[in-house]
Design a binder for this molecule. Sequence first.
Ligand code: PGA
Length: 256
Amino acid sequence: MAERKPLMAGNWKMHHTHLEAIQVVQKLSYRLEKQDYDDVEVVVCPAFTALRSVQTTLEGDRIPIGLGAQNCYFETQGAFTGEVSPTMLAKLHVQYVIVGHSERRELFGETDEIVAKKLRAVLAAEMQPIVCVGESLAQREAGETDAFVTSQVHAAFEKLPADKAARCVIAYEPIWAIGTGRNATPDDANATIGVIRSTLRDIVSGTADDMRIVYGGSMKPGNAADLMAMPEIDGGLVGGASLDPDDFARIIRYSR
Ligand code: PGA
């Protein structure tokens, strides 16, 4: 089994203009040292309007932070007003694309079927999807967490060849923990991620143990070390706390 290098991805959501984004990424780079990058893969996912500016900043200043996008469409080009294609993102040297975030599923009607198409489109453009799954509070309270995330993983990964699955990251993000300040306990997150990994073993056997599964939902400097100490948790998808370069740098440091 290959060692899984932790991934810390900042999901900036609809925050930071391109000017603010440049400043934040520069400040973040001042706070990180070589050991941070050696031990943790650091990625930022700005809004579409800031991708080009952040890309040129990272490349111009030789900052070893990866670039991610928060969404894309599944077609390569065409009459799809307002959409952005995987090809366009790949040309901007985007390496990761978040797919199926719960906000996209809940607010913008993304179904499991759309998520599966996007995942494949991102892979076809030689980028890596960060596929989000996670249950609602009602589902958790009804004891349906495992069955629900298992169904989401099946819908996304069924029939995907193992070599392609190996390039995917999964983010387990309990919806009730996102932006609420209330995180899953390390034990609960670890247990659900264990369920996700054993589901992957059934679908894409051979690679499941090499795939990174990260946690998302109110990850912050105060809980990052405890979450990252769990054997199944391979990193974080960090929303609110990644907007501030000091907080995000601390989370990265605590993940080493
Ligand atoms: P949060 O968001 O860290 O603000 O809870 C995480 C996410 O939605 O990816």
